[in-house]
Design a protein around this ligand. Structure first.
Ligand SMILES: [Zn+2]
Length: 160
């Protein structure tokens, strides 16, 4: 898989703690939810770096064992929830997260939905980051669709 080092997704200790709490509360199902925040664009003499900073998490109660199928089967509801949160906090929807029972890489179903959302024509979904957490060992990876290619990005766990 392609790796883009110029895109960094920063997860604070607080947000990562809340993701893990969401995972624990979702047992026996896998967890899913949204991350809201800001995207900083840094121009290093024409070489752009993008830093996603998550500020707020929304844990979604999934009623199925497959969180991505659940999320994607409810996209109207998702749009509504994300709009409400954005209005209240003036933040952007920057990522969708979900957990896997083992491994932190996209499944074939995930890939299908990632591609679909990238191309669905809703602007706020075009550059959405997908965060996948291994619910056993808490390994975390981030992915984005760029130029119609699935791309892994850097995750940075920060102390503050
Ligand atoms: Zn998945």
């Amino acid at each position: 898989m392609r790796f883009e080092k110029d895109i960094v997704f920063v997860l604070s200790k607080d947000i990562f703690g809340k993701i893990n709490k969401c995972i624990e509360e979702s047992v026996p199902n896998e967890a899913c939810g949204f991350l809201f925040g800001e995207i900083d664009e840094i121009d290093n003499q024409g070489d752009f770096n993008y830093i996603y900073r998550s500020k707020l998490i929304q844990c979604i109660e999934s009623s199925t064992t497959s969180p991505v199928s659940f999320l994607m089967g409810n996209d109207d509801q998702i749009l509504k929830i994300s709009n409400i949160t954005i209005q209240n906090k003036e933040l952007k929807l920057i990522a969708v997260f979900h957990s896997h029972p083992a491994g932190a890489y996209p499944s074939n179903v995930d890939k299908k939905f990632m591609k679909y959302y990238h191309n669905c024509g809703i602007k706020k979904f075009t550059h959405l980051v997908w965060i996948i957490v291994d619910s056993r060992n808490k390994n975390v990876n981030g992915f984005i669709y760029l130029d119609n290619k699935l791309t892994q990005i850097r995750i940075e766990l920060s102390e503050d």
